[in-house]
Write a new protein. Structure first.
Lengths: 351, 284
């Protein structure tokens, strides 16, 4: 929509000003890592953070979310919808792409009103990634190194100031009445272009093939023996899905008070890596091995979600790679499938 | 897609169940019970055969259950579900008496495309509890018997005491316009019928594949064997229909449990033709 400049020195005042109107959450240091948490004073906010343990997804899909309250007698129910206006500061572009997918999923078919209520009351302030964040990320491969159109405000670090892209009416709202932003000069535009141009070479490709080939590569790898090798390694702990910004599967549970008369139904994060995920009442498990469950996860990220929702299911944040206790990573997995596929082709050509 | 219960649509949350009253229960076997439910609002369920509902016992949880009454016989806001006592929710349901309230969401999923079955011979192959969802379709077809060709029912069960809907089964066997054969895996001393797995019934009927639709519902292990029979008889892949059982927590394509390949069974199924799913890993 439009572009403004905000000096970094004004950010604390802006945060304080926002806090008087909204809940403000953002990256905050916790020992030697970073977490998204409520920002209670401006100095807690670390906009220049590498990555966070959990993605900001938790504000749209909390780990445990109340769906409704009920009384067991008479079956009275009351929907629980969270409309608390929240500004999420400093969202990296990979996580913005993840939110784009979550929006698509929860608005397709039967809309999920709980997600919608949170989402409509969420203000997304994203930030341009100018340097690779960790050894595990592969955003350049996944095409998530630039921000999608879903931001309300998008910040670009220009040294002493931030370039502020205003992406929506909600973004305008976050700046309305705040004096310390101004229109950019020609020099500012030149500076932004220079900063952006300098960033791309700092990121490298880590796949040995182009991402557009990934769905086909997976289709050709359905029966690969590599899944069994991953299955032998995998501990089935589900950490990869817990830290994933695009995982949204859930289980549903009833919790009741001691009198057994009142309670609430909650949904809690679930994981397709857990053995009972596809188990039915009759005892049949549709993905009975870790190999099948790992394959399901990687297919979901690289193929299924693209086919179902038109957006690829992995955003290259690298969190699952960092979290995996046995070092299963998307980059290694996809490259190995590609190597075996190429090798298979070579063998075929020789025979 | 048929529409959901008006109450579900009106609700602030797609996950909130609508109260329904249990008006009658019938014990079919040690494990299975039929519940006749009535929506107090009087709204019709308006389901299609093959669809399912999510049933809640508040404080215990929710489970997907297929609707076993046909739309033509589900009037005045009533419908029936056949429930096997196998988990927390279903055990809690079995303890409920007529008059009690129970939560309903739905009807969900895509049922069988009954309008495409008209004029054709229909071969129903229910195995075990698979008769529950198929009963909805069978009765819908029988209520308009003239619109269809031959009706063949091949029903397999573990033992005679596990046979479901025995009164209806007797009626189907008695009728001249239905070819109904029953087999059990383990006979008791009074059993005089066929013994063996469900595929042992196939030699008992002649099949003209050109004009035949087959609908198969049973435990996952049964599908491959029955499929081989049907394909061997020359029935077209698009005319072989299944209903898929999957773990389901939401019914609205969100919770991820029922996903096979890029398909959410609760949305695009649970009824699928073989032609639709034959390329999908994990389908059969």
């Amino acid at each position: 929509m439009s572009f403004r400049i905000m000096p970094k020195a004004a950010v604390p005042d802006w945060i304080t000003w926002l806090r008087s109107r909204y809940r403000v959450v953002g990256p905050r240091q916790l020992k030697d890592q970073f977490v998204f948490d409520e920002i209670n004073s401006p100095d807690e906010l670390s906009l220049d953070y590498p990555t966070s343990i959990l993605p900001p997804k938790k504000y749209l899909l909390p780990p445990t979310e109340e769906l409704f309250q009920f009384t067991t007698k008479g079956m009275h129910t009351k929907a629980s919808l969270e409309p608390r206006p929240t500004v999420i500061m400093g969202v990296h572009t990979c996580d913005m792409h993840a939110i784009q997918l979550l929006d698509r999923v929860h608005n397709t078919g039967y809309a999920d009103q709980h997600y919608q209520a949170r989402r409509q009351n969420t203000y997304l302030v994203s930030i341009e990634c100018l340097n690779p964040c960790t050894e595990h990320s592969f955003c350049k491969d996944m095409g998530t190194l630039s921000v999608p159109e879903n931001f309300d405000l998008h910040l670009t670090d220009l040294g002493d100031e931030y370039g502020v892209d205003i992406g929506s009416e909600k973004g305008e709202e976050l700046l309305r009445g705040f004096a310390s932003v101004w229109d950019p000069t020609e020099e500012d535009y030149r500076h932004v272009n220079q900063v952006m141009a300098e960033k791309w070479p700092r990121f490298s490709y880590r796949f040995n093939f182009d991402v557009t080939e990934l769905p086909d590569l997976l289709a050709l790898s359905t029966k690969s023996s590599y899944w069994n090798e991953l299955g032998d390694l995998c501990l089935g702990c589900g950490m990869c899905t817990k830290v994933c910004p695009t995982c949204y599967c859930f289980n549903v549970k009833d919790e009741v008070d001691l009198s057994l008369t009142e309670g609430h139904r909650v949904r809690i994060w679930d994981s397709c890596q857990v053995d009972e995920f596809a188990l039915v009442a009759g005892g049949h498990n549709f993905r009975s091995t870790r190999a099948l469950r790992q394959r399901h996860r990687f297919f979901r990220k690289g193929k299924y979600q693209l086919e179902a929702y038109g957006l690829i299911g992995c955003v290259g944040c690298g969190r699952c790679a960092a979290a995996c206790l046995v070092h299963i990573t998307p980059v290694k997995t996809f490259n190995e499938l590609y190597r075996r596929h190429k090798q298979g082709e070579a063998v075929e050509a020789q025979s | 897609m048929t529409t959901l219960l008006k109450e579900t649509l009106d609700s602030q949350s797609i996950y909130m169940p609508t109260p329904a009253r249990i008006v009658d229960t019938v014990e079919l076997t040690d494990l299975e019970k039929v519940f006749k439910l009535k929506l107090p609002s009087g709204f019709e369920l308006n389901h299609r055969p093959g669809q399912f509902v999510q049933i809640s016992v508040l404080g215990i949880g929710e489970a997907p259950i297929s609707i076993c009454s046909s739309p033509s016989r589900s009037t005045g806001g009533t419908f029936e579900i056949c429930v096997r006592r196998v988990g927390n929710v279903t055990n809690a349901m079995h303890a409920l008496k007529p008059g009690a309230l129970i939560g309903v969401r739905g009807p969900f999923g895509r049922g069988f495309p009954i309008e495409r079955f008209r004029g054709k011979d229909i071969l129903f192959v229910p195995g075990g509890l698979g008769l529950a969802p198929l009963r909805s379709l069978i009765n819908e077809v029988l209520d308009e018997r003239g619109k269809y060709g031959r009706i063949i029912i091949l029903y397999g069960s573990r033992s005679p005491k596990d046979l479901l809907f025995q009164a209806e089964l007797k009626e189907w066997q008695r009728r001249a316009d239905i070819e109904c054969h029953v087999t059990v895996d383990r006979p008791d001393e009074n059993w005089t019928g066929n013994v063996g797995v469900i595929t042992t019934l196939f030699p008992k009927v002649t099949i003209h594949p050109r004009n035949m639709v087959s609908v198969v519902v049973g435990p996952p292990v049964m599908y491959r064997y029955v499929l081989m029979e049907l394909l061997g008889k020359g029935i077209a892949e698009g005319n072989i229909w299944f209903s898929f059982e999957r773990r389901m927590k939401c019914g609205v394509g969100k919770c991820g449990h029922c996903q096979m390949h890029h398909i959410y069974t609760c949305q695009e199924g649970p009824a699928f033709s073989y032609a639709e799913i034959k390329h999908l890993e994990e389908a059969l």
